[in-house]
Design a protein around this ligand. Structure first.
Ligand code: 13P
Ligand code: SF4
Length: 311
């Protein structure tokens, strides 16, 4: 590591201590940010870590909806993120006002609304319960049997949960722009190159890709799968940052990034907006911060707390 990056790292750690901050990091972040995090994990683990934190400042290295979730659960804490423009295509595929209108227009259906955590505070406030890819099956299994379910915003995760639970749901037509880049053809090609490899895929992938996988699971569950799989070669069909984490946790495996039609691996441009420089700057200035209206926060909090109770 160069002297410049070492300095940056020690400056980040100095500010972190001075400000009594905790650094929460999603599995898709670049390696140096993962290395400096107090907690690295998936959306479910990060929501729990935010809920349990006793730091004054939460620095969230992920995308905006994740930092917003931390603020919803910690209204009295300062929540900052390295880049406030780090969005998510799933969040934008289900705008709050559109969901509100849909629910109004379909009032007679009395939907039980389950929202994947990759959504805005407005959508969280409109739904009954939140889920993550790590607990979606459990949450859907606990939904009232006498009401139809509307699942927003990811139709691929929703489709996978329907297959797992046998519970029919109406699906919002949203998707992750990264995971839909994996195709049956791109994954079959790499399987042909590594005929003995196991395949693990994120449930945000399209069905044709999920069908080629030995295991479909959240990013955190991929760790146990890779550690316990008898296969030496494992094709990992998700965002490339996961490979950093897996190479540390399962060092004896040959971990192969799942390719798309056009690229040898898949990067989320939003996750990759965060850099060590921006992390340093946000700890120094305590900006940008996540702020929100208290009524909106409270409404969003109840669906998040229901998820944490049920998972
Ligand atoms: P996980 O909760 O599985 O980490 O997924 C988050 C995400 O954004 C996947 O694209
Ligand atoms: Fe959103 Fe997809 Fe990026 Fe995850 S990988 S943050 S779902 S755009």
């Amino acid at each position: 590591m160069s002297a410049v990056s070492l300095d940056l790292e020690s400056e980040i750690l100095r500010h972190k201590k001075e400000k009594n901050a905790v650094i929460l990091v999603h599995n898709y972040q670049i390696g140096p940010i993962q290395d400096i995090g107090d907690y690295v994990g998936d959306s479910l683990g990060l929501a729990r870590a935010a809920q349990e934190s006793d730091a004054d400042v939460i620095v969230f290295c992920g995308v905006h909806f994740m930092a917003e979730t931390a603020k919803i659960l910690n209204p009295s804490k300062t929540v900052i993120l390295p880049d406030a423009d780090a969005g998510c295509s799933l969040e934008t595929s289900c705008p709050g006002p559109e969901l509100e209108k849909f629910l109004q227009d379909n009032k007679e259906k009395n939907y039980y609304v389950i929202a994947y955590i990759n959504c805005s505070a407005h959508v969280k406030a409109l739904c009954d319960v939140i889920c993550t890819s790590g607990n979606a099956v459990k949450i859907v299994e606990q939904a009232p049997k006498d009401r139809p379910i509307l699942f927003v915003p990811d139709e691929n995760l929703g489709g996978w949960v329907m297959e797992q639970t046998g519970r029919k749901m109406d699906l919002w037509k949203g998707s992750c722009y990264v995971h839909v880049e994996f195709t049956q053809n791109s994954i079959q090609k790499i399987k042909d190159e590594y005929p003995d490899a196991a395949v693990v895929a994120h449930p945000e992938c399209p069905k044709a890709v999920r069908l080629l996988a030995d295991e479909v699971c959240s990013t955190e569950k991929m760790i146990a799968f890779c550690q316990n799989s008898p296969a030496k070669d494992i094709i990992v069909v998700t965002e490339s940052g996961m490979l950093n984490r897996l190479r540390k946790e399962a060092p004896d495996k040959n971990l192969i990034p799942g390719p798309t039609e056009h690229c040898a691996c898949a990067d989320c441009k939003f996750m990759k907006m965060n850099t060590m420089e921006k992390l340093y700057k946000c700890l120094d200035t305590l900006e940008p911060r996540v702020e929100m209206d208290e009524k909106l926060r409270k409404d969003a909090e109840s669906s998040l707390l229901r998820m944490l109770e049920q998972s």
